[in-house]
Each structure stands twice: as structure tokens, then as C-alpha cells.
Design a protein around this ligand. Sequence first.
Ligand SMILES: Cc1cc2nc3c(=O)[nH]c(=O)nc-3n(C[C@H](O)[C@H](O)[C@H](O)COP(=O)(O)OP(=O)(O)OC[C@H]3O[C@@H](n4cnc5c(N)ncnc54)[C@H](O)[C@@H]3O)c2cc1C
Length: 448
Amino acid sequence: MAEPQSSTDHVAPRVAIVGAGMTGLAAAYDLARQGWHVTLYEAQPQAGGLAGGFREPHWAWSLEYFYHHWFASDHHILNWIEELGWREDVIFRRPVTVVYHQGRFYPFDSARAVLAYPGLSWPAKVRMAAVLAYLRLTPRWQPFERVTAHDWLRRALGDEAYTALWEPLLEGKFGPYARQVNMAWFWARLHSRTPQLGTFVGGFQALVDRVVARLRAMGVAVHLNTRVQRVTRAGEGGGWLVDAPPRGGRFDAVLLTLAPHQAARLVPDWPAAYRLQLMSLKHMAALTVILALRQPLTRSGYYWYNIPKRAGFPFLILVEHTHFIPAQHYGGDAIVYVGDYLPLEDPLLQAEPEAVLQHYEAGLRRIQPNYARSWVRAWWLYRTEYAQPVPEVHHSQRIPAIRTPLPGLYLATMSQVYPWDRGTNYAVELGRRAARLMQADAPFTPEG
Ligand SMILES: Cc1cc2nc3c(=O)[nH]c(=O)nc-3n(C[C@H](O)[C@H](O)[C@H](O)COP(=O)(O)OP(=O)(O)OC[C@H]3O[C@@H](n4cnc5c(N)ncnc54)[C@H](O)[C@@H]3O)c2cc1C
């Protein structure tokens, strides 16, 4: 579809969306359905953002850069996929999740598994079951955001269960911020997770590519490989100028779906206090090494390994992906992710890829003593700075609204997902909520 050249050509609003991750894609879909003129800008050569993936020539399925799955409770994205007509391409399985205890891994994803787990005394298990049941039955998260997860859980669970299981989780995911994360985050985690895990036939990138094709068919202009440099006031007549060589334009409204600190830099006109608010939101980076092995790393059948760094492992997570999705979809390669969340200043984020792999191989050998580099057919390293927002005490009061202080400019990012832990499910919810707000605000009045 040719893009309209001026806002007087059409009655329907002209909107630019910056970022074609799940948030931007979902917003684009809803706005295009309303007959709006939507232009989607994506800096990378393909859409999908953090949920994107790649495919080797001999693989039938794409593989996510960062391990991804859905929970059975992820209704926003599952309903959207249903709406798109592709529900039969969602598959759910029940792969095994394990935790570490004294040199071995034990399943920990059912009541039975917890009963059999040797790393906790009976009194600690009974107390933990009571606390988790209490949290599950408590319908409101708001009271929990006044206290840190560290303080609440240690008091409620006692030292034994807290230091054995939950403190390592907080430390691994939030590093230096582990003791600042609020208890509402933990409450939400407990309320939203299921042992059944899902994916899309062909991988998450297959879903993304189908969404992009649908958007294009609906008339959305999708500009890949097009980085937005600046968003500025259009001056007389109102609206916003999107500077995105060679395909910028003038729009009635703009939705930004990139990280808050990136959004802070993109718009020179933000009020100083708002820019400060965006810059002050904390987050962790993430790193994954993906190994395509000639044989499975383990014969255990376990999918997800929670790894306590304090036991001396160099990484937090090991995911034997082909114990969830059969290796036949990857040309027989056994796919293993090893990953970690890191503070932004961690040297591993800048280290040479080979140095990262060598660092992680020491941990791989603890899990599979026979592991050798000759097992590796290919490997990849992916890093991202904006991977995990850090929800501190009273986080709800720090979250920027989707409507920014500048009329016609909207923001929808992972940092606004709360109290739920960020995920594609909540990206879809957020994108659709942003679209509804924009529809409620249209037509956009020129700024004085
Ligand atoms: C390690 C890890 C594991 C995860 N595991 C899961 C999981 O198991 N299940 C799950 O559902 N979710 C998971 N997530 C979360 C999920 O990936 C995100 O919540 C979701 O993808 C966020 O989508 P988004 O559109 O908000 O942001 P993003 O995906 O970050 O999209 C933003 C887009 O904006 C683009 N962009 C940035 N700057 C510009 C610019 N100037 N111009 C144009 N484009 C720009 C970026 O290239 C990107 O494509 C995981 C994330 C990480 C990091």
C-alpha cells in the first residue's frame, strides 16, 4: 500500500509504531483493523525483537535467540493467535524442570517431585507448601509491593527453604538488585506459571513472520532494517516527524515500543522529569550461548535446569531445548542453551565470544563430564542489554503511563508490564491496550 503523504489525505489517523517486537506487532494489528494508516519501523532485518529467532539451512524450525515458551495461562497471546486463526499451530507439552542439590539435579515441578526432593527437611517442605498455598489463594498483589521478596520470603519460609531454593533464583535473575525486588513480582510468578509449556509450530519466528505477512496484507507498511533516529514535533498543523532514513514521515501519533532508556534518547522534547523517570527504570541484561550438538548433552530427558551460581556454576540456566522440541525439527542437532542475566557493567557482555564459551564450558562439564568441544557442530552467542526490568518496592508508582506527557506520543515497553514478569503474553496485552488508548484519544489535537 502506498503511504499517504499528508494527514489531510485521509480521515483515518496516520500512526507510526517504532519497534516490531510482539508489542508493536499486536498494536499494529488492532490499529490496522480499525482502518488506521499504520507504519511499523523495525531497526533489525526481521521482526520479532527479543522473541525472534534464526534458522540453519538444514533446520525445519527456527530457534529463538533466547529460550522461549508459553505457559498454559498465557491467555492474551493464545487468544490473539486464535483470533488470527492459527490456534492449531500452538503445541503444549509438559517437559521436566529440575533444581540442583549437592551435585545432582532433581525434578521440582509437581507436588510429588517436591515431596521426593532430598534438599529440604520435612518441616521446611510443609512450611513451604503452606506459604505457597497462601500466596496462591491471595487474590491481590498490591500489599506485596510494599515489601521486598527477600524480606517476605525469608520470614515466611524460614532460612532453610529460602536459602536453598528462592534466594538463588532472585540472585540469579536480578544480580545486584536481588534484595530490592518486590514481593508482588514473586506473587505474580506463582499465579501465572504452569508446568505445561507451549510453543508455535516452526518456532516463535514462524509466528512473527506470519503476523508480519498478515499485517502487510491488511495494508500496514512494515519497514524492516529501518532504525528510527529521532521523533520530533511536526510544528504547524501538529503531529510528529519520524526521522528514519530513507523512509521517515509525518504522523498524527507515534507509539514507541523500545526500551525506556532508548525512548528517552529518541525524543528531544521530553520534559526533563519524564526523561529522568525513563532513565531511572532499572533492568538487567541477558546473554545466551546456543550449542548445536552432535548428541544430547544429557540422557536425563530434563528440559530446564535451575542452577545456583553460589554452587560455583558460571551460568544460571541450562535449557536442553531438544528435550522439549524434538531434535528432528533441527536436522538432528541437539540444541542446548546456557544463559544468564547480568548487570549492565558485567565484562561478559563485552567479552570475545570464544572467551564466553570457554567460561561456560567449565559449567557444562559439571553437568556432563564427557562433554568435549568436538560435540559442538555450531554455536552462537546472543546478548541483549534490555532483558529483564527490575521491579522495586512501590514499583507501580514509578511505571510511566502508556500516554506520555506529550500528546500523540505513546510508550509501551517491558518495564510497564507489572506485576507480571515480562513475556510475549504481556507484550501482546500491552500492545493491544496501547492501541485502545490511542483509539480513545483520536483524532489527535495539534499541540499549541
Ligand atoms: C532471556 C529471555 C528469555 C525470555 N523468555 C521468554 C519466554 O520464555 N516466554 C515469553 O513469552 N517471553 C520471554 N521473554 C520475554 C519476551 O521476549 C519479551 O517480553 C517480548 O518479546 C517483548 O516484546 P517487545 O515488543 O515489548 O520488545 P522487543 O522484543 O524488545 O521489541 C522492540 C523492538 O524495537 C526495535 N527497535 C529498537 N530501537 C529501534 C529504533 N530506534 N528504530 C526501530 N526499531 C527499534 C528492536 O529491534 C525490537 O525489535 C524472554 C526474554 C528474554 C530476554
